[in-house]
Design a protein around this ligand. Structure first.
Ligand code: CP3
Length: 358
């Protein structure tokens, strides 16, 4: 299959020379764009949007029509996997995601099985194929999944949580039950990501949004081990092209070397980790993705430019192996003009200048 015309994103993940630092933004298709809100209204709900391939394709392309981004990300949600496992996902207005049947009982955990992605998540595969056709090899398409641990948090809690009391109670009192959930979920995630690759995604990202809430020991045992299991099971090539993988662990900066050792091609960093220090720690073993604080986009354009330049300078010269991104998803109230200022700064960057204005 042909390489995209703009392959800087893939090249950066492989630590190959690029024409400029590539960038994309986590949640780049979302509520900060009025056109997204309009399409979602037409779809009737967020889930209907996810489950209708033509509309998922439409919103995937919206940020690319506005900004010169170097990758598209499949429009979907990490919680479609537990939904396909029978937990009954719904979104309560203003309250975020919820499951009708959270995983609490031992019998339900023993009954849990990995769904066939070609059957229960067919709408995602159809969206991937439609998006690839629409992109026409302009930029690469990123597929994604939640990490087994992050998915287990939602499955056991039954929705978002402030303190993860229910899942952590299980972790400390019945680790066997949590391991059982994680093993089945890792199998589900591996099959799901491989189906996305077979459908046409050109890179994959694993979102471990909640791994960083664990103790160091629990992180290794309940989060990292299962992320590694997924990476071990991923197809490494498809139709002659290598498929790179990115692991994003919010709050995972202190475990950078361990994440880099999972076999992933890139590590996503939130804004609390210094890019220069991170690069020193992992060398050229993996690429790094990140890490602008999403709140920086609420500042005026000059301040956004200054902060983005600081990060590019921090990554340092010989700038390959860096994919610019936010340190977490873009906030729904972000002014769209801020994203334009960011893209312009990153693409206009020409290496660290001596005596640059601080
Ligand atoms: O990056 C992209 O543009 C691709 C789309 C994408 C969405 N969710 C769309 C979405 C991706 C990659 C995700 C991942 C996701 N979903 C994560 C991991 C990344 C992260 O942010 O930490 C998590 C934890 C979820 C679960 C989830 N989905 C929550 C907690 C919520 C509600 C919170 C909120 O922002 O309202 C969602 C809903 C969701 N997923 C929206 C979007 C655009 C907003 C829904 C809407 O339009 O009302």
């Amino acid at each position: 299959m042909a390489r995209p015309k703009n392959d800087d994103f893939l090249r950066a993940l492989w630590r190959e020379p690029t024409s400029r630092t590539p960038l994309w933004l986590m949640r780049q298709a979302g509520r900060y764009l009025p056109e997204y809100c309009e399409t979602r209204k037409r779809a009737g709900s967020f889930l209907a949007l996810c489950k209708t391939p033509s509309l998922a394709c439409e919103v995937t392309l919206q940020p690319l029509a506005r900004y010169d981004l170097d990758a598209a990300i499949l429009f979907s949600d990490i919680l479609t996997v537990p939904d396909a496992m029978g937990l009954g996902l719904y979104f309560a207005e203003g309250e975020g995601p919820r499951f009708e049947r959270p995983l609490r009982e031992e019998w339900a955990i023993n009954d849990l099985a990995a769904p066939d992605p070609w059957d229960h998540l067919r709408y995602v595969m159809d969206a991937v194929a439609e998006i690839r056709r629409a992109l026409d090899n302009s930029v690469p398409l990123i597929g994604f999944s939640g990490s087994p641990f992050t998915l287990a948090c939602y499955m056991v809690e039954g929705g978002s949580s402030e303190d993860f009391r229910t899942v952590k109670t299980m972790l400390y009192s019945r680790p066997d039950l949590l391991h059982k959930i994680l093993a089945v979920t890792a199998e589900a995630v591996t099959a799901y990501l491989n189906a996305q690759i077979e459908s046409g995604v050109q890179a994959v990202q694993i979102f471990d949004t909640w791994g960083g809430t664990l103790s160091a020991a629990a992180y290794e045992e309940f989060s990292l081990a299962y992320t590694k299991r997924v990476i071990d099971g991923l197809m490494k090539t498809h139709e002659g092209e290598r498929i790179p993988s990115i692991v994003f662990t919010k709050g995972g900066g202190q475990w950078l070397e361990k994440i880099a050792a999972t076999g992933c091609d890139a590590v996503g960093l939130d804004w609390t980790t210094d890019l220069h220090e991170a690069r020193r720690r992992v060398g050229a073993r993996v690429a790094l993705q990140g890490n602008l604080d999403p709140m920086a986009l609420f500042a005026p354009p000059e301040a956004i430019a200054r902060e983005a330049t600081r990060l590019l300078d921090a990554f340092g010269p010989g700038g390959t192996g860096h994919v610019f991104n936010l340190g977490h998803g873009i906030h729904p109230l972000t002014p769209p003009e801020s994203v334009a200022a960011l893209v312009e700064t990153v693409h206009g960057y020409r290496g660290p200048a001596t005596g640059r204005q601080a």
